[in-house]
Design a protein around this ligand. Sequence first.
Ligand SMILES: [Zn+2]
Length: 297
Amino acid sequence: MFNDAIIFYDHHSLFSSRVTIGPYTLTPLETGSFALDGGAMFGVVPKNLWNRSNPADEQNRIDMALRVLLIRGNGMNILVDTGMGDKYDEKTRTIYKLDHSKRTLLNSLKECGLETEDITHVIQTHLHFDHCGGLVTKTDSGELVPTFPKAKVFVQKENLKWAEHPTEKDRASYLKQDWEAIVEHGMLEELDGPGEIFPGIELKIFNGHTRAQQLPLISDRVGNRVFFCADLFPTKAHLNLPWIMGYDNFPLTTLEEKRRVLPQVFEEHWTLFLEHDPVSPFVKLEDVGKGFRAVEG
Ligand SMILES: [Zn+2]
């Protein structure tokens, strides 16, 4: 199955795809963009297939969004993930084609009328550098300090344990500098398993990409649901069952997790929030017989 749905999204209009679920307003925030090797992003899928949906640059990299979700309501300003942050040197920025020229997390927040002090909670899906790098900010003296001084930061205990003792395969993705200051300041709250963290915000646990990736499902009483996919479905193309990242630690677990969740997403008309899709923040599913593909959310 090949995802050819094109969804137009105006990156300059921050609020074009704002969604309301019960008491919460959900706003996708662009925090910049980066690029990763296309082969690594699609595992066993041949380039002549993935290159059609996600065209590679001269270094074989594909464009990736660094999109996070702002959830406002019930007196809270919650961020789900924090992007890569701005602490990288020129060499690293070049390797990852990191681009903050149009958007940063802070200017996107400002556009919503928020300062860093206003963020009350951060839900970190997992501690990979492209999801949690914005937790800390580099001061002029080079010190890394918490970006959101008043926020409680939720991480799964098992993911933190894995992050602190990664394997040779994924140690390049877990960088202690991203969360050390959060631990030192007593801001980290470890969660142990799935559950409802706030009314209408449930965390689901997935173990294929890394151990204990926590993905929020935001629901209201009349059946509207938004599911934050993070690295279970980083882009629309990953809705194809075998399109699984080479980065995943347990790819067969990812396969089973995708096989299990997709029919429910379709039957219950969930809206999917895509963190890394270069074009679409929100999509829904369409049944095309041999699988599902993305349609405009
Ligand atoms: Zn990841």
